[in-house]
Design a protein around this ligand. Structure first.
Ligand SMILES: Cc1cc2nc3c(=O)[nH]c(=O)nc-3n(C[C@H](O)[C@H](O)[C@H](O)COP(=O)(O)OP(=O)(O)OC[C@H]3O[C@@H](n4cnc5c(N)ncnc54)[C@H](O)[C@@H]3O)c2cc1C
Length: 382
């Protein structure tokens, strides 16, 4: 006979763990399923930290999602007793007219955010940890930005879902999702789950279970030690996004939190070759970190340029770099929530809530037309 639920959530990573929690918090009968254990290192949500920003340079429509996410991260802090979001502030550095600056300003203007503009002189005084600003560079300080703890946040959301009544099945792989009368059947080796709706939040695996334009792609994360006698703490090197000197290449990161290393990474530019999320090469090979080491050497005088630590992670890119949140067709039976494109963790708690709202026919708390997964349909048919 198998299990029945009002809503099945497939994938309990950053977004799905929250979707299960927000559905259960609405009193819905929910089953959440994941092939791994919460907070694992096989998808797109491990690596100790993720940047949180409210002045979202990728789209002004993301700011209300970041704000709602912040409320939900705080609720999870209260329920778990863990510190999940550290509001440290962040500096965006670039030339007027650049995407970093104009995108941040657009979000700040539209939402009246307390973003502060710094001249090159002020930047050099404020941020001695950054070498060689480009001529004409300015800074935008987003005081509401900070750092999230991804693994602990996911564990907290799964625990909150369970506490609110969700049934959690881990270590089980969903083999397929098929229509079943008015609902869906979720195929599992240990017995199917029948549900009215499914929230599909399978991260880099999403394209295996739904027809969405998504490219899973292996990337390398890198951490750096302070040079002897230098200070590379978060106070001296706050959360940043900037272009590396003379390259036009974006880099992002933050100084060391207590007991940890500084983290710096490149903006992962497409086009991306698809990687199989089930066959990601987990080893970081000789030469793979040479590029980021050169950028660090040119940009951060307080850091040893050779990474002290590195590991792999898997991103899931959409053609326009925006997420996929919404039903896949007019029936509304399958609501997808994913397509991280490298910037969704900060929003994940609220993206889970949006998916939950769609799955129970509630109006979304903000306009998410720009995230509709069907926006690519016309170009894909042609
Ligand atoms: C290197 C890197 C840096 C990043 N930096 C930032 C940042 O600074 N700020 C930011 O906001 N975002 C950042 N991101 C993006 C963010 O971390 C990810 O977008 C987000 O964590 C992805 O969440 P998700 O829920 O879509 O996927 P995941 O968290 O990967 O979850 C998907 C889940 O689905 C499960 N699953 C998949 N298929 C099945 C199946 N068939 N059966 C059962 N379970 C299944 C998986 O096991 C997994 O648990 C970064 C991403 C990377 C890779």
């Amino acid at each position: 006979m198998g299990e029945r639920a009002d809503v099945a959530v497939v994938g309990l990573g950053a977004i799905g763990s929250s979707a299960a929690w927000r559905l259960a918090a609405r009193g819905r009968d929910v089953v959440g399923i994941d092939q791994h254990q919460p907070g694992h290192a096989w998808g797109g949500s491990h690596g100790r930290t993720r940047l949180f920003r409210v002045a979202c340079l990728e789209h002004p429509g993301l700011t209300p999602i970041a704000r709602r996410a912040r409320e939900l991260w705080r609720e999870l802090e209260a329920s778990s007793g863990e510190e999940l979001l550290l509001e440290t502030g962040a500096i965006m550095i670039g030339r007027p007219g650049s995407r970093i600056i104009e995108g941040t300003l657009a979000a700040a203007r539209e939402h009246d955010l307390p973003v502060e503009r710094l001249t090159a002189d002020e930047l050099e005084r404020w941020l001695p940890g950054h070498a060689r600003l480009e001529p004409g560079d300015i800074g935008l300080w987003d005081p509401e930005a900070g750092i999230l703890r991804p693994e602990a946040a996911i564990v907290a959301a799964v625990d909150a879902a369970r506490a609110a009544g969700a049934r959690i099945r881990t270590g089980e792989r969903v083999l397929a999702i098929e229509p079943d009368g008015d609902g869906v059947v979720v195929r599992l080796a240990a017995g199917d789950v029948r549900a009215r709706r499914v929230v599909l939040a399978a991260g880099p695996w999403l394209g295996q279970l739904a027809d969405v334009p998504l490219v899973p792609h292996r990337v390398v994360m890198t951490w750096f030690r302070a040079r002897d006698g230098h200070d590379a703490s978060i106070d001296r090197l706050p959360v940043f996004i900037r272009t590396a000197p003379g390259t036009g290449q974006w880099i992002w990161g933050h100084g060391a939190l207590a007991g940890d290393l500084a983290k710096v990474g490149p903006e992962f530019d497409g086009p991306f070759e698809p990687d199989d999320p089930d066959a990601i090469d987990r080893e970081v090979h000789a030469g793979e970190t040479d590029g980021i080491a050169a950028l660090v050497a040119a940009t951060f005088p307080d850091l040893e340029p050779e990474p002290a630590e590195s590991t792999t992670c898997t991103m899931a890119h959409t053609p326009d770099g925006q997420f996929l949140v919404g039903p896949t067709d007019a029936s509304g039976r399958v609501v997808v929530a994913g397509g991280c494109s490298g910037h969704s963790f900060k929003h994940a708690a609220a993206l889970g809530e949006l998916a939950a709202q769609l799955a129970v026919d509630e109006a979304p708390f903000t306009d998410i037309g720009f995230l509709d997964p069907r926006r690519f349909a016309a170009s894909r048919v042609a």
